[in-house]
Each structure stands twice: as C-alpha cells, then as structure tokens.
Design a protein around this ligand. Structure first.
Ligand SMILES: Cc1cc2nc3c(=O)[nH]c(=O)nc-3n(C[C@H](O)[C@H](O)[C@H](O)COP(=O)(O)OP(=O)(O)OC[C@H]3O[C@@H](n4cnc5c(N)ncnc54)[C@H](O)[C@@H]3O)c2cc1C
Ligand code: SF4
Length: 443
C-alpha cells in the first residue's frame, strides 16, 4: 500500500512538474505571440508589413520556432514568432542579406522577391551577367540579389567575362566603364585593374554605395568574400567605417581613382562601342559598360543656386551626431517627415513643402509630425519653394508671405528620384516583373 502511495506521489509530482513546464511554455508562447501580433498591427499601420522587395518567406510546415532566424537577422523586428511559427513583421525593412535563410536549422526559410500583388522589376541578364544589349553587363543588387559578398563576387565574375570576350582592337577611349562604386563596382574595378583593362569608374555619390549610407554601424558578412588584388576578407562582423577604410586602402594601393559625385546620365551605342555622358558634362566612350548601380536609384535635384555645396545632402546619415544646428528639410514624403522628426529634438528645424498638406505619408508619421508641430518642435512651411542656398542662409518663396530667409547650416532634400529601372529603360535593357519568386531556396 505504502509503495503504491509512494508511486502515486512520485508520478503525481512528475505530472505536476510537466504540467508546470507546459503552462510556463504556453504562457511564454502566448506572451511572445501577443507581442508579435502587436508589432504586426503597428507594422500594418505604418506600412512596413507588406514586403517591397527581397524578404523571407517562412514555410509553416517546416518551422519549429527555434527563433534562430530572429537572432541571426541584424535588422530589428523583421521576423517574430506568432502562434509557434516564425512570421514576418516589418517585411518592407528586410535588406535581403539572407542571414535568416542560413540560420534556420530546418531550412524553413526562402528568400523571395516581390509578392503576388506587388511585383519587383528585375533586368534580364544571362549567366555571364550580360544584358540583352551585348556589351552592357550588370552586377550586384541591381540583378536582384542583396548582400555585400554577392555584389563583390558578381563584380569580379562580370569583369572576368568581359576580359574573356573583349576585342582589344576597338577604338573607344576605354575598354570598360563601370557605373557605381558600391561593393560590386569596387570589386569590378579591382578585377579590371588585375586584368590590365583601360577602365574608369563613375560614382554619383560617395565610394561605398549602400554601405556608405547604412543607418547603423554594424555590418554582417554571412560568409567570407574574395576581393580581387586583395584576397580573402575575413570579417564576419565589422563596422561600416572599417569596411570603407579597407576598400579605400585597397583602391589607393592599386592606384585606382573612382570619379565620385559624377552620375552617368546617358549610355547609348555609337558604332561598335558605347558613349556615356555624365552629370559633370563629360563624355566618354567604352567598348563595355558594367552597371553596378544597386537598387536605390538617383535622388532628384532641385537645380537651385547653391545646391552643389557640401552642406546639401539627399539622405540623412547618423542623425544622433547632428546637434545644435539650423536645418532645412525639403519635401513632404515619409523620408522628409521622418528626417525632420529625427532631428527636431536637438536642432532648429524648418521643413519646406511645395504642397499645402502632407497627403501621402504614413498614418503614424502624420500623427507624429502634427504632434511635433503642436509642441513647437519644428516649423513647417507649406506652399513654399526653395529658392537659393547660401553659406549661412537659405531663401524660400512662400505663397502668401513672399521670400523668407533663415539661418542655415544644413539642407536635406527629399524630392523623390529616378528609379534604377527607369535608367535601365532609357538604355533599352529588358526588364521583367517578378511576383514573389524565390531567389534563395533550399533544394
Ligand atoms: C540598411 C541596410 C543594411 C544592410 N546590411 C547588410 C549587411 O550587414 N551585410 C550585407 O552583406 N549586406 C547588407 N545590406 C545589403 C548590401 O548593402 C547591398 O546588397 C550591397 O551594398 C549591394 O551592392 P551594389 O554594389 O550592388 O550596390 P550599392 O551598394 O547600392 O552601390 C551602387 C552604387 O551605384 C551608384 N550609382 C547609382 N546610379 C548611378 C549612376 N547613374 N551613375 C553613377 N553612380 C551611380 C550609387 O550611388 C551607389 O553608390 C544592407 C542593405 C541595407 C539597405
Ligand atoms: S534577409 Fe536579412 S534582413 Fe531580411 S529577414 Fe533575413 S536576415 Fe533579416
């Protein structure tokens, strides 16, 4: 009898312990799910729930909710756990470096481009990176695949192919012109140098491409990259300053000078080579062109006097470093409003918008900017146009009040821009819209 009682107590205790573990697990699961559901609701409200380009797609049948994808993703709240399965939260913020894809132990994640409703335009190219126009190739993220390592690899491979097919008897000024100096363009330039090509690299902005404008310092490499004329770059986790320094050092050592702040504006065939005109008014000819222009496009300029000065920028980098300055923001979209909100606590901010209200911004931004205006944190000038940028002042023309002048240290212009696909269309490169196709998937 005693033995039976003892057994009942032991089994009972074990059962209670299991029950306790189960209850704690269920409680945690519900709490996590609740948090994820709240974040999804927030993401829906702010328009970041639906993916815009590359994004992870979770197969619920294979997912066992280890959370490895969430830990591996260097961006915040792109993935979460909902009812015991991984799910996307802010899919629009995915930058496509695929860390989640590699981290998932059950191979439940694929990386897709576009969705059934929202397609993404990708240029046609063959396995040698050549487009439908013989002589024009594409490398890097423009082709659809994100990641620094991929861009570096493609830049090298595309130039290797150009070297194989190059007819050196041509009469163009250069064998190759590389457009864009992000990871793909840098690697392409090093490879061109390695093969002794006569080449030129044009960059509309600053060397480094998208990496230069990361809003965070941390850079993650999911695997080693092989940089031509340098060798293996053994950095798994680094910061953008270190990576940019490395690229600068390698290019300087190889005596490669990238022509920065010069946009390739037109590329068209001329006889048996190409003619390239730039924003600086130069014209070059080249037998081959490598487009390594990424997917961010080109910001639109306003063409006002003073716009070419150093204090003017088309994107906001490291807002926390900018303090006690007089800033003018131009534009009325989400980027302009978000920049104004990020700067207005620690600076004096004026925002100029040519329309009479903010009509096309996310609900969350609308709320926040109205609150900031109400609290007098910044001043918004609707129906106004920027007229000139001077060293210490800016002038706006405002419908009712005429010219207004403000003290000014910096100007940020967010006036939209040209998409890379528009640039490709002008050149004549064929483009196809992809609706949710998997770019990276397990076999
Ligand atoms: C926020 C964020 C974080 C990321 N984090 C990581 C990470 O941690 N690890 C990782 O591996 N990847 C990361 N990525 C992805 C990675 O940065 C990109 O895949 C990579 O930079 C693509 O390289 P690219 O050379 O193809 O294009 P880009 O880096 O976009 O470079 C293209 C260059 O071409 C220039 N250009 C465009 N048009 C013209 C023109 N007409 N004339 C002259 N120049 C032109 C642009 O100014 C730009 O400098 C991140 C991306 C983002 C947005
Ligand atoms: S692809 Fe990169 S940014 Fe996108 S969810 Fe996966 S790890 Fe995060």
């Amino acid at each position: 009898m005693e033995l039976l009682l003892e057994k009942i107590i032991i089994y009972g205790l074990v059962f209670l312990l299991c029950l306790l573990v189960l209850v704690i697990y269920m409680f945690k699961l519900r709490r996590t799910s609740r948090k994820t559901a709240d974040k999804i609701a927030e993401a829906r409200a702010s328009g970041t729930y639906e993916p815009v380009s590359l994004h992870p797609l979770v197969d619920p049948n294979s997912c066992i909710a280890t959370g490895a994808c969430i830990s591996a993703c260097p961006e915040k709240d792109i993935l979460g756990i909902l009812r015991g399965k991984a799910t996307t939260i802010n899919a629009a913020r995915c930058v496509g470096h695929g860390a989640c894809f590699h981290a998932c132990p059950t191979q439940a994640i694929s990386l897709c481009i576009g969705t059934e409703q929202r397609g993404v335009d990708l240029p046609h190219m063959n396995r040698d990176f050549e487009t439908n126009i013989p002589g024009i190739s594409i490398a890097g993220e423009l082709g659809g695949m994100g990641l620094i390592r991929n861009a570096v690899e493609q830049g090298r491979q595309a130039v290797d192919h150009i070297v194989r097919v190059l007819d050196r008897s041509h009469r163009a000024g250069y064998d190759l012109i590389i457009v864009g100096a992000g990871p793909a363009g840098i690697s392409g330039s090093l490879s061109a140098k390695k093969h002794g090509l006569r080449f030129l690299t044009l960059e509309q902005d600053s060397l480094g491409g998208t990496v230069y404008s990361y809003p965070r310092k941390k850079v993650v490499m999911t695997s080693l990259m092989e940089l031509p004329l340098y060798g293996r770059v053994k950095m798994h986790e680094t910061n953008k300053g270190e990576l940019l320094d490395l690229w600068n050092q390698v290019l300087t050592k190889q005596d490669i000078h990238v022509i920065e702040h010069t946009k390739a504006e037109r590329i068209y065939p001329d006889g048996n080579h190409f003619r390239i005109t730039t924003s600086a008014g130069q014209e070059y000819t080249a037998k081959h062109v490598l487009l390594a222009i990424g997917r961010r496009g080109t910001p639109r300029k306003l063409n006002v006097p003073g716009e070419g000065t150093e204090k003017v920028a088309y994107r906001l980098l490291e807002p926390e470093q900018i303090r006690n300055e007089h800033i003018l923001i131009v534009g009325g979209g989400d980027s302009a409003v978000e920049a104004a909100l990020q700067l207005c606590d620690q600076n004096i901010v004026n925002l100029s918008y040519r329309k009479e209200t903010f009509s096309r911004i996310k609900a969350k931004n609308q709320e926040k900017i109205q609150e900031a205006i109400r609290l007098g944190k910044l001043e918004v000038w609707f129906n106004s146009n920027l007229q000139s940028i001077e060293s210490e002042e800016v002038a706006l023309v405002n419908g009712e009040r005429g010219e207004q002048r403000f003290r000014n240290d910096r100007v940020y212009i967010f006036a939209g821009g040209e998409l890379p696909t528009q640039f490709l269309n002008k050149i004549g490169i064929q483009i196809t819209r992809k609706f949710g196709e998997a770019i990276l998937k397990h076999d």
